[in-house]
Design a binder for this molecule. Structure first.
Ligand SMILES: Cc1cc2nc3c(=O)[nH]c(=O)nc-3n(C[C@H](O)[C@H](O)[C@H](O)COP(=O)(O)O)c2cc1C
Length: 146
């Protein structure tokens, strides 16, 4: 139910569960995303610039609206007790090929979807990250009032 420009709904999701394909898609992840290989589900989130409004001054809304839908997916998954993590770190050409995406498709992220569990398989940096407080830029760096 994410909003989108002129209700174009440019988001497309492929939920990869089938074991052989899941293994192949896992194989496209970067080394740094080793931890995501344990997730029982990877969701590929993709779009195409022509699926959404393309307004002057570079205002192509496909990725913007895809991002809104991905955020909605993550909030809903969290609500259902699942853990999600979007990843840009994978080989997009190989993954798009495996998933049979059409010409011009932009495969923005793979989203790992899993249950919360032990963190024994994580390296020290990721173990620390699991419990570290989340950090964001201070509001005055990203918001101004005129
Ligand atoms: C578009 C996008 C791509 C991301 N890619 C990766 C990734 O490949 N690997 C990873 O570990 N985290 C990835 N992340 C997670 C961010 O690194 C993370 O959200 C950020 O560091 C803030 O951490 P937090 O969300 O745990 O507070 C990505 C997040 C987004 C939104």
């Amino acid at each position: 139910m994410a909003p989108s420009c002129a209700n174009k709904q440019p988001w497309r999701f492929v939920a990869v569960q089938e074991p052989a394909l899941l293994d192949q898609v896992r194989g496209t992840l970067t080394d740094g995303n080793y931890w995501a290989k344990k997730a029982p589900l990877l969701v590929a989130a993709w779009t195409h610039l022509d699926y959404d409004a393309r307004l002057p001054e570079g205002r192509d809304f496909a990725l913007f609206d895809l991002g809104q839908a991905v955020m909605a997916l993550q909030i809903q998954a969290h609500h259902e007790g699942l853990v999600t993590h979007p990843m840009a770190g994978f080989d997009p050409v190989k993954a798009a090929q495996l998933l049979g995406l059409p010409q011009g498709a932009i495969l923005a992220v793979l989203i790992s979807v899993s249950f919360s569990g032990p963190s024994d398989h994580l390296n020290d940096k990721h173990k620390e990250g699991e419990v570290a407080p989340r950090s964001r830029k201070p509001l005055d760096e990203v918001v101004s009032f005129r």
